[in-house]
Design a binder for this molecule. Structure first.
Ligand code: NAD
Length: 497
C-alpha cells in the first residue's frame, strides 16, 4: 500500500504519522493512504515557501513566464497520465478529466501573457516637474484549499497566477483525491520552478486550521462547500489575511416554450449528469416554463435512460461513480426523501449495479418531476446525478424563484428570444449566466465567481481578479528637480499646480 506524502521544498516529505485511506470509487477498494498534515507540516511548508519567496519575488518577469510556458507544455505532454490519476481517485471519466486539465491549463496560458497584464500606468507632469506611476508587487506566502471535484483544475485557478506574480504557494488539496497535487508539483519542478515555490500539504481540518492561523501566510484562496467557505473566510480574515472563498451551488436551467427542446434537453442532460453531478456548475434544477414542461420531461427521461454508467477508465462511459460510499448513500436517500415529499420519480437511479464493479460507489441518473421549493431535493445542494424539474407559468416567475434561492453560482436560459435572454441576464442575481449554454464556466481571462452564498467575501477567482488578489499596488510620485531649480516646501496640504 503506497502512502501519498506531502511535497515540501521540492521533494516528497513524509511528515506527520497520521494517514487516511484513499479509495478507487469504481471498485470501492482502498488503493493508498494519504498523510494527514498538522501544524508542524504546515510550519515546515511555510518556512520553505518564505525562504523561496526571498529569491522568487526578485526573479524577472521573463524567468517567471518562461517557467509557465514550460509548465504548460508539460501539462500537454502528460495530460493522459494526469487524467488517469484523477479518474482513479475521483471516479470521473478520462475524457472529463482531460477537460478539467484543459480548462486549468488555460489559466497557465493566461499567465504566459503576464508581461502585458502586469503593466502599470504612468502619468507625465501631473504637477510641474512631477510624474506618477504605479506597479503591483506579490504578497508573500499564500495558500490554496481545494475541493475533491476538480483535483487539477480548481488548484490551477489559483497557483499559476499566485506564482507568476511572484508569490510562493502552499496547496492543501482534498484528502479524497490527493495524488494530482503531487504530480503537478513534480511537473513544476521539471519546468524549472525553484524548490519551495510550490508546496503541497495534505490533510483535513487540522491542516486547514494551521494554514488559516499561521502568521507567515498572507492570503488564502478557498473553493468548497458554503459552510466551510464561511468558516475559512471568518477565521483567516480574523487572522489578518486576504481571503477569496468560493462556496456551493444550486444551478437552475430555465427552458422557455420557444426553445429547441431537443437541443435544450441534450445540453441539460450533460450539464446535470456529467461528472455524476459533482460539479459546482452542475445543472441540478430545470425550470420548465409554460407549455415546455411535458414535452421537455419526455425528452429528458429518454436521454437520462441512455446514459452509460460505468468505470471512468472504460471507453464509452458517460458517467462514473460518486466519490465515496457516503456520497452514494446520501444521494440515494435524497431520492427516497423526495418521493416521500411528493416528487414524481421519472427515472430512478437508486440501486444501480455495474457488472464486475459491484462494490463501486455507483448510482444511476435520477430525474424528479413536480418538485417544489419546499422539498429537500430543492433546498439542499445534492452534488450528485439528480435533476429536479420545477414548473412555472412565466419567465418572470422563474427569475423570481431563482433569485429567492440562497445560492448564486450559475444559471442557463434556453430560448430563441433575444428579448427574453436580455431580460433574464439583467434581472437574475447570479454570477455566471449561460444563454443556450448549459455550464457557463468563464474563460481564464475573465474571472470565475458566483453571488450570494456561492461566494463569501468579494473576490472572484482567476483572470483579472486573480491578479488583483495575489498582488498589492504601489503608487509612486516622483520629482527630479534640476540643480538650479528653486522649489519651496509647502506647509499647506500639497496640491498640484
Ligand atoms: P468541502 O467543503 O467538504 O472541502 C473543501 C476543502 O475544505 C477540502 O480541502 C477539505 O479538506 C476542507 N475541509 C472540509 N471540512 C473542513 C472543516 N470542517 N474545516 C476545515 N477544512 C475543511 O467540499 P468538497 O466536498 O470537497 O467539494 C464539494 C463542494 O465544493 C460543493 O459544495 C461544491 O459546490 C463546491 N465547489 C464550489 C466551486 C465554486 O467554484 N464555487 C467549485 C468546486 C466545488
Amino acid at each position: 500500500m503506497t502512502t501519498i506524502p506531502h511535497w515540501i521544498n521540492g521533494a516528497p516529505t513524509q511528515g506527520s504519522a497520521a494517514t487516511q485511506p484513499v479509495f478507487n470509487p469504481a471498485t470501492g477498494t482502498e488503493q493508498a493512504q494519504v498523510v494527514l498534515g498538522g501544524a508542524a507540516d504546515v510550519n515546515a511548508a511555510v518556512q520553505a515557501a518564505a525562504a523561496a519567496f526571498e529569491t522568487w519575488s526578485e526573479s524577472s518577469l521573463t524567468q517567471r513566464t518562461q517557467v509557465m510556458f514550460a509548465f504548460r507544455q508539460l501539462l500537454l505532454d502528460h495530460e493522459e497520465e494526469l487524467a488517469r490519476i484523477i479518474s482513479a481517485e475521483h471516479g470521473k471519466t478520462i475524457d472529463d478529466a482531460r477537460g478539467e486539465i484543459t480548462r486549468g491549463r488555460e489559466v497557465v496560458e493566461f499567465t504566459c501573457g503576464l508581461g502585458d497584464i502586469l503593466k502599470g500606468s504612468f502619468s507625465d507632469q501631473v504637477s510641474r516637474g512631477i510624474d506618477v506611476h504605479n506597479f503591483r508587487q506579490p504578497l508573500g506566502v499564500v495558500a490554496g484549499i481545494t475541493p475533491f471535484n476538480f483535483p487539477a483544475m480548481v488548484p490551477l485557478w489559483m497557483h499559476p497566477i499566485a506564482i507568476a506574480t511572484g508569490n510562493t504557494f502552499i496547496l492543501k488539496p482534498s484528502e479524497r483525491d490527493p495524488s494530482a497535487a503531487n504530480y503537478i508539483a513534480d511537473l513544476y519542478k521539471k519546468a524549472g520552478l525553484p524548490d519551495g515555490v510550490f508546496n503541497v500539504v495534505h490533510g483535513g481540518k487540522d491542516a486547514v486550521d494551521a494554514l488559516l492561523t499561521h502568521p507567515g501566510i498572507q492570503a488564502v484562496s478557498f473553493v468548497g462547500s458554503t459552510p466551510i467557505a464561511r468558516y475559512v473566510h471568518e477565521t483567516a480574515t480574523a487572522h489578518g489575511k486576504r481571503v477569496q472563498a468560493l462556496g456551493g451551488a444550486k444551478n437552475h436551467a430555465v427552458v422557455l416554450p420557444d426553445a429547441d427542446l431537443d437541443f435544450a434537453a441534450n445540453h441539460i442532460t450533460a450539464g446535470a449528469y456529467g461528472s455524476a453531478g459533482e460539479r459546482c456548475m452542475a445543472l441540478s434544477v430545470t425550470i420548465a416554463v409554460g407549455t415546455a414542461a411535458d414535452n421537455l420531461v419526455e425528452v429528458l427521461q429518454r436521454k437520462a435512460r441512455e446514459i452509460k454508467v460505468g468505470p471512468g477508465d472504460t471507453p464509452g462511459t458517460d458517467m462514473g461513480p460518486l466519490v465515496t460510499k457516503a456520497a452514494q448513500e446520501r444521494i440515494e436517500n435524497a431520492v427516497t426523501t423526495a418521493a416521500g415529499q411528493g416528487a414524481t420519480i421519472v427515472v430512478d437511479g437508486r440501486g444501480l449495479k455495474v457488472e464486475g464493479h459491484e462494490n463501486g460507489f455507483f448510482t444511476g441518473p435520477s430525474l424528479l418531476d413536480h418538485v417544489t421549493t419546499h422539498m429537500d431535493a430543492y433546498k439542499e445542494e445534492l452534488f450528485g446525478p439528480v435533476l429536479a424539474i420545477i414548473r412555472t407559468d412565466t419567465l418572470d416567475d422563474a427569475i423570481e424563484l431563482i433569485n429567492a434561492n440562497p445560492y448564486g453560482n450559475g444559471t442557463a436560459l434556453f430560448t430563441a428570444s433575444g428579448e427574453a435572454a436580455r431580460r433574464f441576464q439583467r434581472k437574475i442575481n447570479i454570477g455566471m449566466i449561460g444563454i443556450n449554454v448549459p455550464v457557463p464556466v468563464p474563460m481564464s481571462y475573465y474571472s470565475f465567481g458566483g453571488w450570494k452564498d456561492s461566494l463569501i467575501g468579494d473576490s472572484p477567482i482567476h483572470g483579472p481578479e486573480g491578479i488583483r488578489f495575489y498582488t498589492r499596488p504601489k503608487v509612486v510620485t516622483t520629482r527630479w528637480p534640476q540643480p538650479t531649480q528653486q522649489t519651496t516646501a509647502e506647509f499647506n496640504f500639497p496640491t498640484s499646480n
